[in-house]
Design a protein around this ligand. Sequence first.
Ligand code: SPD
Length: 347
Amino acid sequence: MMKQFLRVLALIVFIVSMASVLSTSYAQDNVLNVYNWDDYIDDSTIPEFEEKFGVKVHYDVYDSNETLLAKLQAGATGFDVIFPSDYMIKIMVQLDLLEPLNKSKIPNIKNVDPLFLDQPFDPGNQYSLPYTWGTAGIGYLADQITESVDSWSVMFDPKYSGRIVMLDDVREALGAALKYLGYSLNSTNPDELQQAKELLIRQKPLVKAYASAQAEYMLLSGDAWLIHNWSGDVHRATLENSNITYVVPKEGSSKFIDNCAIPKTAQNKELAHAFINFLLEPEVDARIHNHIRYMSPNTAALPYLDEALRNTMQKMSPEIAAKLEYIEDLGQATRLWDKIWTEIKAQ
Ligand code: SPD
C-alpha cells in the first residue's frame, strides 16, 4: 500500500516538474527582453509586436551608454535587444559583448538609408543597424531667456544660476565643455581636458542638476530654463510648450547614431532578429519617430513622417553641421575622462 502510494507520488512529482520545465522553455521562446533608452518608443509598437508574434515583451530603460555597458559587463544576461550609440557599439564589439546579426532574418534592412550603413564604428553592419540619429544641444525657455541663444556660453552664465541642467553623461558634459573651449569632444590631450574640467567645476554652483532622462520634464515644469540635452527629447517637449526652443551651439556639439543590437548573452536571438526587423517596417519606424521626435535613418519611412519632423531634419546650417562630431571610443584615455568626471561630480 505504502509502496503504491510512493509510486503515485513520484509520478505526480515527475509530471509536475516536466510541466514546469516545458512551460519554462515555452515561456522563454515567447518572451523578449528589450532594454532601450528612456522615451525612445511610442505606446503602440510593443503591444502590436506582442500581438503579431504571440509573445510577451519585457521592456526596461536606461539613460546612458555607460549604464548599459556596466549592466552587460556585470554579467546581465536578461537582454535580447539593446540600443547602444555608435562609439559604444565599437567598445562592445571589442569586448565581445555583441552577437553578429543574421541579416537574412532582417530583410527590412533594405529600408535603411545607405548613408547610415557601414559606419566606421561597425563596418559592414555586422553587429548593429541604425535606429535613430540626432544631436546634443541646448533646450531653453524662450520666454525666460530673452537674449539670443547660439553659444554654449549661456550654460556658463551666472545670470542663470540654479536654472541650468547638464546631461548626466561623461562623454556629453565634458564633450560640451571641450567644444565651448574650441577643442574636439574626443580630445585625449591632458591640458585640454584639464581646462574642460576647470570650466565644469566653475559651472557647478550654477547647475541645478545633472540629469538626462528628467531634463526635458524639468524644462516643461519651468524648474529649469536651460537644458543640455538631445535633440528629440527637446523637440518632443516643444509640442507641449511652444516657448521651448532647441539650438545646436555655434561652437559645435555631438551627433550620434543609436543602433539596435543583440547581446551575445541574449536568450531569444530568433525573436530579437524578428523585433529588429519589425522596428524597420516603414510604418512602424515612422510612428516611433513621429512620437520620439528623433530623426529616422529609414528611407522607406520618410513618406509617413509628419511634415514638421521632416523639416527639422533639413533645418541645420552647413556651418554648424560641419562642427558636429561623433563621439568616439577613447581607448586608454577613458580612464582619465572617468577620473575627471568623478572629480567634477564630487565637488
Ligand atoms: N531619450 C532618449 C535619448 C537617447 C539619446 N541617445 C543619445 C546618445 C548620445 N551619445
